[in-house]
Design a protein around this ligand. Structure first.
Ligand SMILES: [Zn+2]
Length: 252
């Protein structure tokens, strides 16, 4: 059965029989965050004082011009939906090792605006969420919450402008579905956290007794001390990019 793409979505090289989704050369150059759901990690800190956050984590570090950016672009713009699902599964396996999903009731991928969804054919956050749900068994909920408008490109905007830019972007249409729930918000990349905070705040307005966890595929490298790209990160417990163990994208 050939259910996986035969070419690496990052470099375009043909995959070997033992490789799945991403070739081993590219995979080796993707810096993992190494947060491993540690309390008070750099992702969690983005939400302190803003939303009731239980846990937060990111799988890898997003570096401009590096393979991590190409990977994010592939699942976002080049239709590598299956790669997104596989990454979601890898995220969930890592999360389960760290007890990340304890107490979480459901997964909500950050919705895309309808027009953008039609153009791309799928929502990359939803692909990640579905992969996660396949592994941890949590329901993925895409109904009852809607993105009423797209945000313009956030690149280059300062933090305050971004916060204003995402106000009123989401609308909860079925508050009962989310009442008193612990929701896991899933997105591809977190930069300032403005989009996720805006989504959480829409939920909080509709259902006051609600809690959140956040798991993203990648976090912008500006918050990390990242090794020169092309250089393999050391597996050092004290370094934020340490992978802390073997991670593979194969079916588990
Ligand atoms: Zn490759």
């Amino acid at each position: 059965m050939f259910l996986f793409p035969t070419r690496c979505p990052i470099c375009g090289n043909r995959l070997h029989a033992a490789e799945r989704d991403i070739c081993s050369r590219c995979w080796a150059q993707i810096p993992l965050s190494g947060n491993r759901a540690k309390e008070g990690n750099i992702v969690e800190q983005q939400f302190w004082g803003r939303i009731p956050i239980e846990r937060a984590d990111t799988f890898m570090i997003y570096q401009r011009g590096a393979r991590s950016q190409q990977l994010v672009r592939a699942i976002k713009y080049r239709g590598a939906r299956k790669t997104g699902v596989s990454l979601g599964r890898a995220m969930a396996r890592q999360g389960m090792e760290n007890g990340f999903f304890k107490g979480i009731d459901l997964i909500v991928p950050v919705p895309l605006a309808r027009r953008r969804f039609r153009r791309r054919g799928y929502n990359q956050a939803e692909a990640l969420a579905q992969g996660m749900g396949q592994v941890n068994g949590l329901p993925v909920v895409t109904k009852g919450i809607r993105r009423v408008r797209s945000t313009s490109t956030q690149t280059g905007l300062d933090r305050m402008t971004r916060m204003v830019n995402v106000e009123g972007v989401f609308q909860v249409e079925d508050a009962l579905r989310f009442r008193q729930k612990h929701i896991l918000l899933v997105d591809d990349v977190i930069t300032t956290g403005a989009t996720l905070i805006s989504l959480a705040q829409s939920f909080m307005q509709a259902c006051p007794e609600i809690r959140f966890s956040v798991f993203t595929l990648a976090q912008a490298a500006s918050l990390y001390i990242v090794p020169h790209h092309g250089v393999l990160p050391d597996e050092d417990e004290d370094q934020p990019w340490a992978s802390g163990g073997h991670v593979d994208l194969k079916e588990g």
